[in-house]
Design a binder for this molecule. Structure first.
Ligand code: NDP
Length: 276
């Protein structure tokens, strides 16, 4: 039973990652991101997911510093963007990210999108950064099964995490199973379908039984599946709402109803067909 917003899973390298966090994609740099992160930390969140692409690492770092919470009590993820992939450019991109965050280390550094052979070079840089202790864990994002099959033989350090679009309409069962077998922790982006879970009749009906919103039902479903989830909001009431998921347990029957919503349907780009 997952009963605590600060609950962690142990990754394949032995480090611990909170199962729940705040996403900040599309949170504007400056007061919007600073407020979102501050409200989240006040609500008990200990995990923030940013990326160089989001251009708000400075704001994340500022809010973290101003919270007064010890750095080691928080978990900060950032990511190398596609145009920085490659060995030397990734080393530099990581320095830039840490500089913007004004932190000595990241908890998790991810390759944001798979870029074929170039990502193998990028990974060597991540392994180097990891060996220096400047990130506690390294991983990938948007890697589907065939990407991982091609990539893993080149890795000295196995990715600890794979962050992918994942929600009731995109359950990626083959990838879930592949990651489980290979000790790679799955993490969901767009976990509440960019807000569209609120329109799904079955999620509304399940929520009514537990006194929870469709977003809360969906976040809880992900947690019970063992998938790390990082819903984004810049509104305090939703940041609080999304975190209010640790006092109920979905029944097996309700988990099945949500499983039946699978449509293989995306709200973001397809990792097999993107042009950035
Ligand atoms: P989410 O599924 O988290 O949805 C965010 C949207 O839902 C926002 O528009 C938000 O609006 C709205 N929302 C938030 N809470 C609620 C609620 N309780 N009820 C209804 N609507 C709500 O999508 P994201 O794409 O933001 O994914 C989450 C995080 O994953 C990102 O922020 C980012 O950190 C990461 N990500 C990673 C990607 C990758 O390639 N690795 C790609 C995309 C995202 P508002 O802010 O106005 O509340």
């Amino acid at each position: 039973m997952i009963e605590d917003i600060k609950q962690k899973v142990t990754l394949n390298n032995g480090s611990a990652m909170p199962v729940f966090g705040l996403g900040v994609w599309k949170s504007q740099a400056g007061s919007e991101t600073e407020n979102a992160v501050s409200w989240a930390l006040e609500a008990g969140y200990i995990h923030i997911d940013t990326a160089a692409l989001y251009k708000n690492e400075e704001s994340v770092g500022k809010a973290v510093r101003e919270s007064g919470i010890q750095r080691e009590d928080l978990f900060i993820t950032t990511k190398v963007w596609n145009t920085d992939q490659g060995y030397e450019s990734t080393l530099k991109a990581f320095d830039d990210s840490l500089g913007k965050l004004r932190m000595d280390y990241a908890d998790l550094y991810l390759i944001h999108w798979p870029k074929g052979d170039l990502s193998v070079e990028t990974w060597k840089a991540l392994e180097e950064i990891h060996s220096q202790g400047r990130t506690k864990a390294i991983g990938v994002s948007n890697f589907m099964v065939s990407h991982l099959e091609q990539f893993l033989p080149h890795c000295h350090v196995k990715p600890a995490v794979n962050q992918v679009e994942f929600h009731p309409y995109l359950q990626l069962r083959e990838l879930q199973s592949f990651c489980r077998t290979n000790g790679i922790q799955l993490e969901a982006w767009a976990p509440i379908m960019k807000g569209h879970v609120s329109e799904v009749k079955e999620l509304i009906e399940i929520g009514e039984k537990y006194g929870k919103t469709p977003a809360q039902v969906t976040i809880r479903w992900e947690l019970q599946l063992g998938v790390i989830t990082i819903p984004k909001s810049v509104r305090q009431h939703r940041i609080n709402e999304n975190a209010d998921v640790f006092d109920f347990e979905l029944s097996d029957a309700d988990m099945e109803v949500i499983a039946s919503l699978e449509k293989n349907s995306r709200f973001g780009m397809d990792p097999y067909n993107f042009d950035f």
